[in-house]
Design a protein around this ligand. Structure first.
Ligand code: UDP
Length: 381
């Protein structure tokens, strides 16, 4: 329902750190148009990690469902999101909802909209690995959302093609670029203007001066257990080199911490640190030589910064970086991770071949494109 202003009401919802990073530019762009009554509803599927991005973006949620619970199961979290987000819809009566990406928040919020016949726009639509168990459960979260949404904001032509292959109506698919590049450019400009906004990375750069810096993140469900142990082993081996330093912001998930802390803490060449605020994280990517990650968003950010990315997964729903030669799949296998990283460290030709800045994921205007498309689409039903 439109508010007193008569403007169509759009509810933008998200729950995790990467979603917040990729959606705050969209909220800003929608508000800039002056054409919508925009409400932000956060599920807070990740509490602390989400809050740090909300602070950076100066974004105050209109409704905070605060659904995070320790060791939450996928079933219990899904059920809570569905019920509580449904109640939020009944209270806010939006004309349209915007969801992002591939989380449980994305899928369950979409289902709650479907049950009420509220149209859904899907930001970062069409990414597919082709394997419903990798990334798990994200591949299916994204597919279910795509089956319901009536507007699909595909970041790349590859993503748009994947949607067409699933018989999604061409007229509902829009190639916009990925809003992560909008966020990255915002963050880079902020840190460039004021380096004190990256307070963790500045001293680490000084501590590791003269060494090759490897930035690491690992948190994927498929890597819990044996995969995490393999990654830890690889990092121990790489950190044994005098010319290498590792900066590793540790994801707070107990499945990560319980393996990584005992294996890596106290090593001279490894800075095992708390999750970084986004500006610090962008500063770390800019300062490093190589990125080792199993993350999705970082596969998009690092190529834009000209950093080679070794992806510690067997599949990726972001093939553009691999196709362009800036990303390589290395799995969660210690021997392969060490071999591929060592090649990059020791062979300048290999390094140069991968370390080329390119940007298949967007030009920093994706959010404005999305706002523009919604302006045309939103009468809103
Ligand atoms: N990120 C951050 N601080 C960290 C680790 C990651 O700000 O300590 C940012 C990173 O720049 C990227 C996003 O969080 O934009 C990626 O989140 P994550 O790897 O948790 O999730 P995924 O992208 O795999 O869904």
């Amino acid at each position: 329902m439109n508010d007193e202003s008569g403007l169509p009401r759009i509810v933008v919802t998200f729950g995790t750190r990467p979603e917040a990073i990729k959606m705050f530019p969209v909220v800003a762009a929608l508000r800039e148009t002056g054409r919508f009554d925009v409400k932000v509803v956060v599920t807070a599927q990740h509490r602390e990690l989400l809050d740090s991005v909300l602070d950076l973006a100066g974004l105050r949620p209109d409704l905070d469902l605060d659904l995070m619970q320790p060791s939450q199961s996928l079933d219990a979290l899904s059920a809570r999101i569905l019920t509580r987000f449904g109640e939020a819809l009944d209270a806010l009566k939006p004309d349209r909802v915007l969801v992002h990406g591939d989380t449980l928040t994305t899928m369950m919020a979409t289902l709650a909209c479907y049950f009420r016949r509220i149209p859904v726009g899907h930001v970062e639509a069409g990414l597919r690995s082709g394997d419903i168990y990798s990334p798990w459960p994200e591949e299916v979260n994204r597919k279910v959302t795509g089956a319901v949404a009536d507007l699909h904001f595909a970041p790349t032509a590859t993503a748009a093609t994947a949607l067409s292959a699933e018989n999604v109506a061409e007229s509902s698919i829009h190639i916009t670029g990925n809003t992560v590049i909008d966020a990255l450019m915002f963050a880079q400009a902020r840190v460039a203007a004021d380096p004190t906004l990256a307070p963790t990375i500045a001293p680490l750069k000084a501590r590791f001066a003269g060494k090759r810096i490897i930035a690491v993140t690992a948190h994927r469900r498929e890597n819990f257990g044996a995969g995490m142990e393999q990654i830890a082993l690889a990092l121990q081996t790489l950190a044994a080199r005098d010319d290498v330093a590792i900066i590793y912001p540790l994801h707070p998930n107990p499945n990560v911490v319980s393996v990584m802390r005992p294996a890596l803490a106290g090593h001279d060449n490894i800075a095992l640190i708390e999750p970084l605020d986004y500006l610090d994280f962008v500063a770390m990517m800019a300062a490093c030589d190589i990125v080792l990650t199993d993350s999705g968003g970082i596969q998009e950010e690092a190529p834009s910064l000209g950093k080679p990315v070794l992806v510690m997964r067997d599949t990726t729903e972001r093939p553009e970086g691999v196709a362009a030669g800036t990303a390589k799949l290395v799995g969660a296998d210690a021997a392969v991770i060490v071999a591929q990283t060592t090649r990059l460290l020791d062979d300048p030709g290999d390094y140069e071949a991968m370390a080329k800045a390119h940007n298949p994921y967007g030009d920093g205007t994706a959010s404005r494109r999305i706002a523009h498309i919604l302006t045309s689409a939103c009468r809103c039903k």
